[in-house]
Design a protein around this ligand. Sequence first.
Ligand code: ZN
Length: 199
Amino acid sequence: MSVQFFGEDILFLQRFLQGAGFYTSKLDGIYGEKTDAALNAFEERTQEISDTFGQFDARSERNIASLNPKAQEVARKFLKKVRDAGIDARIISGTRTYVEQDALFRKGRFGNPPPIVTKAKGGRSNHNFGIAWDIGIFNGGAYLEESPLYDKAAEVGLAPELEWGGHWESFKDKPHYQLATGLVIASVRDRFEVGQAIV
Ligand SMILES: [Zn+2]
């Protein structure tokens, strides 16, 4: 994979790779040989997981490849179960850098056109730590923003290591899934930013 992974946010890439166990050098935001070697090792692991758990559509593949390897495994097992149940689900969102999250947060706010699409700024969403994804359900190639199939997908796809946004009390987010960490998000963020493992 190219340096384009996570845009040009090399510090984010290093944190991501260190938390996943592929990078042990300084979090300095500089793309050098050690970052390159860590990214290559990560990509090899991504390929192994894909070979083991099976492949999906191109968009799901792109988004799964942006996840922490543990999340990649769980996501592939999840998606296989959902698709085997006859639901055309795809993973339409994976990891976002803080900068990408901030850009989403501005949608619908500060004079930008509606709708508001997220409550979370950069560093406040599990999508920023490589452990969350969103699904989209499709019917004949058309994206369904709402459908009873989102509930059905959770019914067949949920696993003990997974949390579903549809179970949230305050704001139900049925397309959203994340690895259970047992940590509050501030602790997840603290660990991620110093390159510690989250899962
Ligand atoms: Zn989400």
